[in-house]
Ligand binder design. Structure first.
Ligand SMILES: [Zn+2]
Length: 333
């Protein structure tokens, strides 16, 4: 089978109505926002059956990421081809105008660790993540019943540029903030408390999943605050490692000079937070603008990224080594 050769793949965003959403994504993404409704999420790279990302241009325009994976698994995923059936990460912009429910995600390979990079904050901006002090399941159950759960959660006011890592099993919520979100490709969220909100579309509260949530919670998870970025270089290109977890890595790059993105044998994703430019591959230019997401298939190897003016971009990596247990044992003697 002669699959279409891969190239830097830019995807269309998928905007989603959310009762807690707003209109702030309109000036953060190039693609126009749908009219009127509060928009809470833009899914910018998603390999989910219900919301599949579609390539925006080039010979593969209109194809979903699942269709490309079916045709070109090895060239796209490289060393990860045997490990993941679907693309392993789900990438979104979130505009939380009011307050997200207090929630938790399950752990494991099919669970969800997530990270947020703060892009905008309003006067009531707040991130709640982890417990002030360890709590028992019974006390937590009482707190949910008495609507005092939030009092047990650690909180801080997020600043623009902050990065927050939420390991699977951490109870969390956020309000009045716009973030870019990196997460494992898992759609399971258990709601513990919804601030007595009513869904205007149904006039009723949204359902809670307290029992499943209690099975997923890490009761030992203490207060979570912003992570300290590791500056890798300041000149000529500013590079900061924001996250290096076993699920994904995030590097922030700020510059007006050309730089290399991607690596041989593994896929990478470039997310443009501000500015615009293009990526060069095989003597062709692939343009990107603010809010665009470009998947660099493993087969491409390093590509030159040329900003037009100053850009701030994220380079996102997938898990690069299997867990220690999966490594072959070295024979002794
Ligand atoms: Zn979450």
């Amino acid at each position: 089978v002669n699959a279409t050769p891969l190239y830097p793949l830019r995807f269309e965003p998928i905007y989603q109505y959310r009762l807690w959403g707003g209109r702030r994504l309109a000036h953060l993404l190039s693609a126009p926002l749908p009219a009127d409704d509060p928009i809470g999420e833009a899914w910018v790279l998603s390999d989910r059956d219900d919301h599949a990302s579609v390539v925006a241009d080039g010979p593969l325009k209109g194809k979903t990421i699942a269709e490309i994976l079916a045709q070109s698994r090895e060239p796209l995923l490289g060393e990860l081809a045997g490990r993941f059936k679907r693309f392993p990460l789900l990438l979104k912009f979130l505009d939380v105008r009011t307050q997200l429910s207090v929630q938790v995600h399950p752990s494991g390979e099919a669970g969800k660790t997530e990270a947020w990079i703060v892009l905008e904050n309003g006067p009531k901006a707040c991130i709640l993540a982890g417990f002030k002090t360890a709590i028992s399941a019974q006390d937590l159950r009482h707190a949910i019943a008495n609507a005092t759960l939030a009092e047990h959660l650690a909180r801080f006011p997020p600043k623009i540029g902050d990065t927050v890592l939420i390991p699977a099993g951490t109870v969390h919520s956020l309000s009045d903030v716009v973030v870019f979100e990196v997460q494992q490709n898992c759609d399971v969220t258990f709601r513990l408390y919804d601030w007595d909100h009513l869904d205007p579309r149904t006039g009723r509260p949204r359902p809670l999943q307290v029992e499943q949530a209690l099975d997923s919670i890490d009761f030992e998870q203490g207060a979570i605050g912003p992570v300290a970025p590791q500056v890798e270089s300041l000149q000529p290109v500013r590079r900061e490692k924001l996250i290096q977890s076993e699920r994904f890595g995030v590097t922030r790059i700020g510059t007006d000079l050309s730089f290399l993105v991607g690596v041989a044998g593994l896929p990478r994703v470039l997310v443009c937070l501000t500015g615009n430019g293009h990526i060069e591959h095989a003597a062709t230019r692939y343009g990107f603008g603010q809010g665009d997401v470009v998947l660099l298939p493993a087969v491409l190897g390093p590509c030159l990224c040329r900003p037009e003016g100053r850009v701030s971009v994220l380079e996102i990596s997938m898990p690069e080594t299997p867990s220690e247990l999966a490594k072959p044992q070295t024979a002794l003697n």
